[in-house]
Design a binder for this molecule. Structure first.
Ligand code: F6R
Length: 612
């Protein structure tokens, strides 16, 4: 996710550029690919931006620092358009009188862009944000606030926006929808930021802007109105966190923060990919035809760790919905096993970072053998994205904790959409079924929030079982894939030995390890194999294991056979992995807390594995 800082003051000795750069430096920890600032200098807007680190931007302006007491700044994490000077924020209109920084995604930017080009606007970047500046120029009627309001009426999507205009010195306007934005209150100066750390050095007193609200900020005043233009009275939010806690949004660890960010990450990943009438999936990035797709007789999904586990779910979706043969492989195995790859192969690499060396090497090898390549990644213009013929991005925002959480759920969501897209092209699913699944998919972000709303029972289990040395996870079908991810999460952050087994496989060896008091997490959400899973649960119960069942909200059976049950909201069983993994992530997190491990940086692990 990108970072925003805005500043407006009166004292000539306090340069806006200094406040902006210092604020942006406090957001560096989240990762970014470019940065920029705009300052009102002698009644003109001066924009300075640079791809790469903030240091590059500092160096650029060192000799000739902008003079002015109001400005806006941004660190960018690319979504639309690769990292470059041109694509960095702030963005201006044609005249250079309006400038804007933006976090989020403008969903209807392509339509707006076409209209604006027809009206004669010239675009300088590939971003969705630039349309906002041109649209403001187009609708401007002399009243800055009313014109911004008109822009907000026309854009669709999610945003935190800050506007500045040389025609209206002495004021900044900001607005938000589904992206955080705060206004920091000073004496004779005010601040705007996407995150508390950016301005905590200046003030601890903030207004937290709500969805649909707009604020006009001057050096001495803040006026907040709602969508209808009515004044909103806000309570001042006093930040009591220290700078380190502020980086984590008040959560104790990045892992927990990122688990809680999943509703938004999934919502962002869905955005722009569901048709306006909500009946089918659009994949602007692919533009495949039925003939193009039918040339592939085989799909390989290749990845490492958590991304590999997402790939297992992806296989299930593509085979079930689009009826194409899929093999999933661990990248370090695939690249050395002389796989059968030719021009009829579609190779899908899954990677949060886009930099994992085994996955990249496997992709290069497949390309050499004639395959068409597709990357599912979270980092725009990463090595894997650059190497691939096609790219689909998960828009999860930067993932900082070593243990991957929101990347996994968004990868699954992307696979689900890809499978539906392929199914529509191939005609393997009736359109009513596609529409029904899309409907269910749209509910998922709210259902993740619901799953996250009551963590107390999970904390209790973690305390109760956090000191066990072994934990087993079992499930069938999609539940088995999620079990693998649950066990990996527990291992990596709590250092508890955890194993996941296909439930039907237990009696072929592993059952020997199930003894009195051993915790077994049993996922039983898949209707077609429900009875079979129940028999496996009875097998472990008969050996006096302690069974924690994970079930769908409509299940009234499981609690009769297990010791505890955790339920997730009811949805189509294909979508349940996106929900059932959430309690497993939380269980791993709280088990790690119980054991006092270094949750965000577990021993021996790195976030990006760029060595073999
Ligand atoms: C586990 C984890 C790792 C990564 C793996 C692949 O929580 O984070 O298993 O999933 O190293 O990394 P990416 O997705 O960046 O290729």
């Amino acid at each position: 996710m990108c970072g925003i800082v805005g500043y407006i003051g009166k004292q000539k000795s306090k340069r806006a550029s200094e406040v902006l750069l210092e604020g942006l430096s406090k957001l560096e920890y989240r990762g970014y690919d470019s940065a920029g600032i705009a300052v009102l200098e002698n009644d003109k807007i001066r924009v300075e931006k640079s791809v790469g680190r903030l240091a590059a931007l500092r160096e650029k302006i060192e000799e000739n620092e902008p003079v002015g007491t109001q400005g806006i700044g941004h660190t960018r994490w690319a979504t639309h358009g690769r990292p470059s000077d041109r694509n960095s924020h702030p963005h201006t209109d044609c005249s250079g009188d309006f400038v804007v920084v933006h976090n989020g995604i403008i969903e209807n930017y392509l339509t707006l862009k076409e209209e604006l080009i027809e009206q004669g606007h010239e675009f300088k970047s590939e971003t969705d944000t630039e349309v906002v500046a041109h649209l403001l120029e187009e609708v401007y009627n002399g009243d800055f606030t009313a014109s911004v309001r008109e822009v907000l009426r026309r854009i669709e999507g999610s945003y935190a926006l800050v506007f500045m205009s040389s025609k209206h010195p002495g004021m900044l306007i900001c607005a938000k929808q589904d992206n955080p934005l705060i206004i920091g209150l000073g004496e004779g100066e005010n601040f705007i930021a996407s995150d508390i750390p950016a301005i905590i050095a200046h003030t601890r007193r903030n207004y937290i802007l709500g969805d649909g609200e707009l604020a006009v900020v001057t050096a001495d005043s803040v006026a907040i109105t709602n969508r209808a233009g009515e004044p909103v009275q806000k309570k001042v939010f006093e930040v009591s966190w220290n700078a380190e806690a502020a980086e984590k949004g008040g959560y104790e660890h990045f892992m927990l923060k990122e688990i809680h960010e999943q509703p938004k990450a999934v919502r962002d990943t869905l955005s722009q990919r569901i048709a306006k009438d909500g009946t089918c999936i659009r994949m602007e990035e692919l533009k495949w035809s039925r003939e193009y797709l039918e040339q592939f007789t085989k799909i390989y999904i290749v990845a490492c760790g958590t991304a590999y586990h997402a790939g297992l779910v992806g296989k299930y979706y593509i085979e079930k919905l689009a009826r194409v043969n899929v093999e999933v492989d661990v990248a370090s195995e695939f690249r050395y096993r002389d796989p059968i790859v030719d021009k009829h192969t579609l190779f899908i690499a899954v990677s949060q970072s886009g930099e994992t060396s085994d996955t990249l090497a496997a992709m290069k090898e497949s390309k050499r053998l004639g395959a068409t390549t597709l990357a599912l990644t979270n980092v725009v213009a990463s090595s894997i994205a650059r190497e691939a013929d096609n790219v689909l991005y998960t828009w999860a925002g930067p993932e900082i904790a070593v243990a991957s959480t929101k990347a996994y759920t968004t990868q699954i969501v992307l696979f689900f959409m890809l499978a539906l897209y392929m199914a529509e092209l191939k005609g393997t699913l009736p359109s009513e079924r596609v529409a029904e699944l899309v409907r269910e998919l749209k509910n998922v972000p709210a259902q993740i929030s619901e799953t996250l709303s009551d963590v107390e029972p999970i904390k209790t289990f973690a305390k109760q079982y956090g000191f066990n040395e072994d934990v087993f996870y079992i499930g069938r079908g999609l539940d088995y894939s999620v079990s693998l991810e649950g066990a990996l999460k527990l291992k990596e952050v709590s250092y508890i030995h955890a194993e996941a087994y296909a439930a039907g496989e237990l009696k072929h060896g592993t059952l020997a390890l199930i003894t009195e008091g051993i915790p077994v997490i049993a996922l039983a959400t898949q209707k077609t194999v429900y009875e079979k899973t129940l028999s496996n649960i009875k097998e472990v119960k008969a050996r006096d294991a302690v069974v924690i069942g994970i079930a769908s909200a409509d299940d009234e059976e499981l609690e009769k056979y297990v010791d505890h049950v955790m339920k997730v909201p009811e949805t189509d069983e294909l979508l349940l992995p996106i929900l059932t993994v959430v309690p497993l992530q939380l269980l791993a997190y709280y088990a790690a807390i119980t054991r006092g491990t270094d949750v965000d940086k577990p021993r021996n692990l790195a976030k990006s594995v760029t060595v073999e």
